[in-house]
Design a protein around this ligand. Structure first.
Ligand SMILES: [Fe+2]
Length: 187
């Protein structure tokens, strides 16, 4: 591998050149959003929308990789569009999220259920410590574009968050962003 520059468009999140691009659609999030009826109604009325797109740049011969996530604005019921959320498979691997455009929240949760948030807005680089689960949430009206960077061997552990979600839900109520307890987590 030789040193190189990779262009990232701060508005669209397009990584040039990328090595992998994938999209996530509403239908892949049954059981992730709390309001399943609202999810079904949204798919029925608007179609199986892409909620976020991930563009990766992963090169052999180095330990880190990076890319962008572009999260569309929207809600499923009260809950804002968000990523699935994950811990890393390797418990000693952190990550950074650098927001380029849009506005949102990074919701973090420790293994014993402590919750923290970091505001996502242009110019803020969030440091995710090892062994904190993380989910990004678009609370704005424009696409949320952020660059992430972590070790190639960090891996994903989706199981814990898939089972009961995160401790808090981030919702819009009365035109305001609010945190509410997730009844599925406490059950
Ligand atoms: Fe991660």
């Amino acid at each position: 591998m030789l040193p190189q520059g990779v262009a990232i468009d701060s508005r669209t999140g397009i990584v040039s050149p990328s090595t992998t691009v994938y999209e996530k659609r509403l239908s892949e999030f049954r059981g992730v959003y709390s309001d399943t009826a609202a999810l079904d109604a949204l798919i029925a009325s608007k179609g199986d929308l892409v909620t976020y797109t991930v563009s990766e740049r992963k090169d052999p011969g180095t330990d880190i990789f990076f890319g962008t996530t572009v999260m569309q604005p929207g809600r499923v019921g009260e809950e804002y569009f968000m990523t699935r959320g994950h811990f890393h498979a390797r418990r000693d691997r952190g990550e950074i999220y650098y927001t380029q455009s849009g506005e949102g929240l990074l919701l973090l949760q420790s293994r014993d259920g402590e919750i923290r948030t970091v505001e996502m807005k242009p110019g803020v680089c969030a440091s995710i410590p090892p062994d904190w689960g993380h989910r990004s949430i678009n609370t704005g009206t424009e696409p949320l574009v952020f660059v992430w960077c972590c070790n190639q061997d960090a891996g994903h552990d989706y199981a814990e968050i898939a089972t009961r979600g995160m401790r808090q839900l981030v919702v819009q109520r009365g035109g305001m962003t609010a945190y509410v307890a997730n009844p599925k987590y406490e059950a």
